[in-house]
Design a protein around this ligand. Structure first.
Ligand code: AMP
Ligand code: MG
Length: 305
């Protein structure tokens, strides 16, 4: 998944459990990678119009990704891969595509055209999918399942910044997870105490390039325009029991912007969130009140309820 993983687990079988987790995550990667030629996603993306039989990992994620794409009205769009490629985020050979190129690519990113029939998936011509916005969250959930099978009751997984906790720390206290400064200074601007939850952040500071025009272009895209997202949000952190849900929503709510993200929370209320805006304000959902530690001197700290 192009990132580092750190796993701390406590219990007599933790060494064996950690190895099993590593294997499981590798197998998910082999199934959903966009670049490994044997993966199901690679086969789907390179066999225009054909029906591909996929394994359970790919199937679950494609179905979930399609559902969240619908639920967020395309803020998340797992079919945006042609746009992401055009900007060079898949190879590191960054470029700024012309508007005409983007419009033509957008016409092949309609996630409603992903057909799923039992374990057979097919895409419309020129469509390509990418599960990068939710794969790490799902891998975290699977990792925790394995740790539980090994009788582990306390563990903390950091999968490229996606944090997932199993139980509490061994002393019974909650884990404290730092929320990174979105201004690239390496500090934690806040902390949140959790047990048995995932904490997933999406932010423009994570991956971007600076164009010849001096502007920064980030790795999260608005599917309506094909342009990197530019709104009032610096980072969105989602706290939820499912890592998959938290990962999918962190990306989705980042794309939506503050107002729509708050509306989405009000409508669903099955997750908690911390939003940091570019104008240095912090927003958090009310249930986090006791568990949030604010370290940075934000211009405003607002509770959402
Ligand atoms: P995350 O770090 O979880 O927010 O996911 C960001 C990754 O998801 C990017 O690196 C792209 O591969 C992909 N991506 C970017 N924009 C979108 C979007 N609007 N919907 C779905 N995936 C996206
Ligand atoms: Mg995500």
């Amino acid at each position: 998944m192009n990132t580092f993983m750190t796993l701390q687990s406590y219990g007599s079988k933790s060494a064996k459990a950690n190895l099993a987790v590593q294997k499981r995550i590798q197998s998910i990667e082999n199934s959903i990678s966009t670049t490994k030629e044997d993966s199901f996603i690679y086969k789907l993306n390179h066999n225009c119009n054909s029906e591909i039989q996929v394994d359970n990992d790919a199937l679950t994620l494609i179905q979930f990704g399609k559902d969240i794409s619908e639920k967020t009205d395309g803020a998340l769009n797992i079919a945006l891969y042609p746009v992401i490629k055009a900007w060079g985020f898949t190879t590191g050979e960054y470029r700024i595509p012309e508007t005409a190129e983007l419009s033509s690519l957008i016409s092949c990113t309609n996630y409603k055209q992903i057909q799923i029939n039992n374990d057979i998936v097919s895409l419309a011509p020129n469509m390509e999918i990418d599960l990068g916005a939710l794969g790490k969250g799902s891998a975290g959930d699977e990792a925790l399942k394995i740790l539980k099978e090994y009788g582990i009751k306390s563990a903390l997984l950091d999968l490229g910044g996606n944090i997932q906790a199993l139980g509490t720390k061994t002393d019974g206290n909650k884990w404290t997870i730092g929320i990174k400064s979105p201004w690239g200074d390496g500090n934690a601007v806040a902390g949140v105490k959790i047990d048995n939850q995932a904490v997933v952040t999406s932010g423009g500071y994570e991956r971007f390039f600076t164009g010849e025009d001096g502007k920064n272009y980030i790795h999260i895209f608005d599917g309506k325009t094909g342009m990197p997202v530019e709104n009032d949000i610096a980072s969105v952190t989602i706290i939820a029991h499912s890592g998959l849900y938290a990962d999918a929503l962190s990306t989705s709510l980042f794309v939506m912007g503050l107002e729509k993200a708050v509306d989405f929370w009000k409508k669903n209320q099955d997750f908690e969130m911390i939003i940091i805006t570019k104008d240095k304000k912090l927003y958090f959902t009310a249930s986090l009140k006791e568990d949030l530690i604010v370290k940075y001197n934000f211009l405003e700290t607002n509770m959402i309820d």
